[in-house]
Write a protein that binds this ligand. Structure first.
Ligand SMILES: *[C@@H]1O[C@H](CO)[C@@H](O)[C@H](O)[C@H]1NC(C)=O
Ligand SMILES: *[C@@H]1O[C@H](CO)[C@@H](O)[C@H](O)[C@H]1NC(C)=O
Ligand SMILES: *[C@@H]1O[C@H](CO)[C@@H](O)[C@H](O)[C@H]1NC(C)=O
Length: 772
């Protein structure tokens, strides 16, 4: 550490880059080597040329429904069994090549069984920040644009025969348990933000850019575009937020969940993903919910998802969520029984091989009617038809046929990766306006910490590809300051009190899939490293946190030498550049998702929604109703809307009115809340306006203290002012879930709206129901 300390004491300004989590224990090149070896079919696509004549299912002129039925009718039970899993075998009779369903696109087209970077002209793909950071931008247009780039690159790779068309992304579980290793894959702890993320991400993946919605009068609310760009998947349904924590294991974890929590916390993102995003796939999770494995739960998969929400795609199991019903949780007494439970509950595709090994046997044993197998195939194959998979060579396809290797890693795509990192990065502390630094005034910059020169592992996290390009934080910072020094912080066993510096890296493998954290402190000796640096540094210290899950950094918040704290999540291929642009003031940062604020009554170090800017904003409620009258019939309307999913047609006796004017205010049950925001500072900046609602019942019987009901990002020049109109749906947004699992809009007491966390600006509103 001696040389680092020397650099430090000479340094005028010091940035400490602290690395607390990485997700991938396998190097990118090893992953690539393994996947490049995967055997590929000689015939890449079905229904090429001559086959189109031979098989009605290849005939593009026929309706999809008829083509699917034709295909299923040509399959023997043995062949059907082979199509029930992610890895489909070749079907020789039908000149049907082997194929793979399992593709990942969490934050860019990623290494996964159906994606091959080693076998064709596409060697890299655009790598965006992990969703926990992207979500912190509170920018739904950005969520959609990112997904549009992912789906474009996926299509281009498909045309090059390097990727499939079905992607098991996004991950929209609520990051409720702060220990969860996969929280970084999600948009965070807030159900409202996650519902919006789910909707916009899925639409960016599935819809064509000019898609305006399928026939809006269509009854089934889950029906998406007839032709899909790629297929997206809402995962993992449901109440999944533990992987491996001491002896608790996701494969047999039994989540005990109340109806109230399902309604209020766990299910809203999935409902939105299906009803608004119109996802063509949903994945059931590993865990059980109230003792039933989610992949064997008829009430969940069929009654709720398919019948109530109107889901119109295929349900895939987590890998291998069917097998574990027998091998881990012992819910099923045999693998045949596990397959039967899952197919009868409504699962359509088994990621794993239980389905392809035991289905025929389950039918023979009489525990599974073959009609369930047909239904499952119908659901999954229909999605392949919608993707154009049976329409011949994809390069001849009408919409995406022209995409090729030149449409991957374009400048536009890479600029968006930078933009996403810039918009997501959060400034948590900035004493004495230490940031931004001025490059002209800095003589020396010490860039310290085990992750300060990271290229891929912590920058990208897992479910990644090889990025188009990357900038390590150190490299990016060096481009602003001539004398920038880098040191990982701790070199070897001798000089670091018996700790190999690798321990810092190793201990960072502490939040990832299949690995939950056991402590919320910084790993290893990182806290000591930061404290030592702060003690000896002559200049101000800037702490940069690279992590997904919440961290206890109280020590740093109250350390006067640590002037600034930045949270950068896992920022993706352009993360280093984004960080440097923010540190040197080319961009002005916005706000953060952190812990679950909805229920936590203790003092949080930094809360969900905390974040600062280099400028100052003022916010005001410009106008909003102070009292509302809900028509008598609307009470029932609201609960039916929320519980049955499908909105009943508006009627004249469903309305809200204001007390002063009893004529109906709105039949859509929406109120307008107008907020004004002004940039009172000297520089351009982005204000993220978070509108919270607290019901009169806040904090009672498991009800949230407050909840997010709207957000908006606004760019403002110095002294510029803007009005934002929030349209708040009284039924959807102001209802609270009761312990009995029903929704209602509380009508006694005061509803309170507030803005952000730190502004003590509130607006109060009373709600009464009209008497019959
Ligand atoms: C299987 O299901 C079909 C369709 O529901 C039904 O007609 C048939 O009787 C069932 N067969 C058995 C053996 O239960
Ligand atoms: C930082 O990382 C880059 C990329 O791996 C490498 O080329 C460079 O030598 C590293 N710099 C230092 C000072 O270690
Ligand atoms: C570890 O540090 C000690 C003391 O600074 C030094 O003598 C030794 O050579 C270093 N070992 C390695 C492997 O770098």
């Amino acid at each position: 550490m001696a040389s680092a300390m020397e650099t430090l004491s000479r340094a005028m300004f010091v940035a400490v880059i602290v690395f607390v989590a990485t997700t991938s224990s396998v190097s990118a090149s090893a992953q690539e080597a393994a996947l490049a070896e995967a055997p590929r079919s000689k015939v890449p696509y079905p229904c090429l040329d001559h086959q189109a004549e031979a098989y009605p299912f290849c005939d593009k002129r026929l309706p999809t429904e008829q083509r699917v039925r034709d295909l299923v009718s040509r399959l023997s039970l043995e062949e059907k069994e082979k199509l029930l899993v992610n890895k489909n075998s070749e079907i020789k009779n039908l000149e049907f090549p082997a194929s793979e369903w399992w593709g990942e696109g969490l934050h860019g087209v990623a290494y996964s069984p159906s994606v091959h970077f080693g076998t064709g002209p596409v060697k890299r793909a655009t790598s965006f920040p992990r969703p926990i950071l992207t979500a912190a931008s509170f920018n739904k247009i950005l969520f959609k644009k990112i997904a549009q780039v992912i789906s474009t690159e996926a299509r281009a790779m498909h045309n090059e025969n390097q990727a499939g068309l079905t992607y098991w992304s996004p991950n929209i579980n609520i990051f409720r348990d702060p220990r969860w290793g996969r929280g970084q894959e999600t948009p965070g702890e807030d159900p409202y933000l996650t519902t919006i993320y789910a909707e916009y991400f899925v639409r960016g993946m599935q819809e064509d850019e000019d898609y305006e919605g399928r026939n809006p009068s269509e009854k089934s609310s889950g029906k998406g575009p007839e032709k899909l760009k790629v297929s997206a998947c809402c995962k993992h349904f449901t109440a999944y937020d533990i992987d491996q924590w001491y002896k608790v294991d996701r494969y047999d974890f039994d989540a005990q969940v109340t109806k109230q929590d399902l309604l209020d916390i766990y299910n809203p993102p999935f409902q939105s993903c299906v009803e608004k995003g119109k996802a063509s796939s949903l994945m059931c999770s590993y865990n059980r919910v109230n003792s039933v494995p989610t992949c064997a739960d008829y009430n969940f998969l069929t009654k709720l998802v398919r019948d109530t929400w109107g889901f119109d795609g295929y349900i895939v199991s987590g890998c291998d969520a069917v097998g574990v019903m027998y091998s881990n949780s012992k819910y099923a007494e045999s693998p045949e029984q596990a397959v039967a439970y899952a197919l009868k509950a409504g699962m359509d595709l088994n990621c794993g091989d239980t389905g392809s090994s035991y289905t025929v046997e389950a039918v023979r044993k009489g525990i599974l009617n073959v009609s369930y197998v047909d239904t499952a195939l119908h659901n999954s194959l229909t999605v392949l038809f919608r993707l154009g998979y049976f329409d011949g060579n994809p390069k001849d396809g009408p919409k995406y046929g022209k995409l090729d290797k030149n449409d991957v890693c374009t400048k536009e795509h890479q600029d968006l990766a930078l933009e996403a990192a810039v918009q997501g990065i959060v400034l948590l502390k900035n004493d004495k306006d230490t940031l931004p630094l001025s490059p002209n005034k800095i003589r020396t910059l010490a860039v310290l910490g085990p992750n300060a020169n990271d290229t891929i592992l912590t920058m990208l996290g897992n479910y990644a590809s090889r990025p188009c390009d990357y900038f390590t934080p150190y490299e990016a910072l060096s481009s602003y300051v001539e004398n920038a020094k880098y040191h990982p912080g701790c070199i070897n066993r001798t000089s670091c009190d018996g700790e190999d510096w690798m321990d810092y890296i190793q201990s960072n493998h502490q939040e990832r899939e299949a690995f939950d954290r056991i402590s919320l402190r910084l790993p290893g000796k990182q806290e000591e490293l930061v404290k030592t640096v702060s003690r000896v540094a002559k200049g101000p210290v800037i702490l940069v946190l690279m992590n997904g899950g919440p961290l206890d950094i109280k020590f740093a918040k109250y350390d006067p030498k640590i002037k600034s704290i930045l949270w950068v999540g896992y920022p993706g291929q352009a993360g280093g550049k984004a960080l440097a642009q923010i540190i040197f003031g080319e961009h002005n940062p916005g706000s953060i998702p952190g812990r679950t604020y909805k229920f936590f009554t203790g003092e949080a170090i930094y809360k969900f929604g905390d974040g600062m800017s280099y400028t100052k904003f003022t916010h005001l409620f410009e106008s909003a109703p102070t009292s509302l009258i809900l028509s008598a019939k609307s009470k029932d309307f609201c609960s039916r809307l929320l519980e049955d999913g499908i909105p009943p047609p508006p009627k004249s006796d469903i309305y809200i009115a204001s007390e002063s004017d009893p004529s109906p205010l709105s039949q859509s049950m929406k109120i307008e809340i107008v907020v004004s925001v002004k940039n009172e500072g000297a520089v351009f900046g982005t204000s993220i306006i978070l509108l919270y609602h607290a019901a009169p019942t806040a904090g009672w019987f498991g009800k949230p203290i407050k909840q997010l009901v709207g957000f908006e990002r606004v760019d403002l020049h110095s002294m510029e002012e803007q009005k934002i109109v929030f349209k708040v749906d009284v039924c959807r947004e102001l209802s609270v879930a009761g312990v009995d699992g029903t929704w209602s809009v509380p009508d006694e007491g005061v509803h309170t709206f507030s803005l952000g966390n730190s502004y003590p600006i509130v607006h109060e509103m009373k709600i009464t129901y009209e008497q019959n």
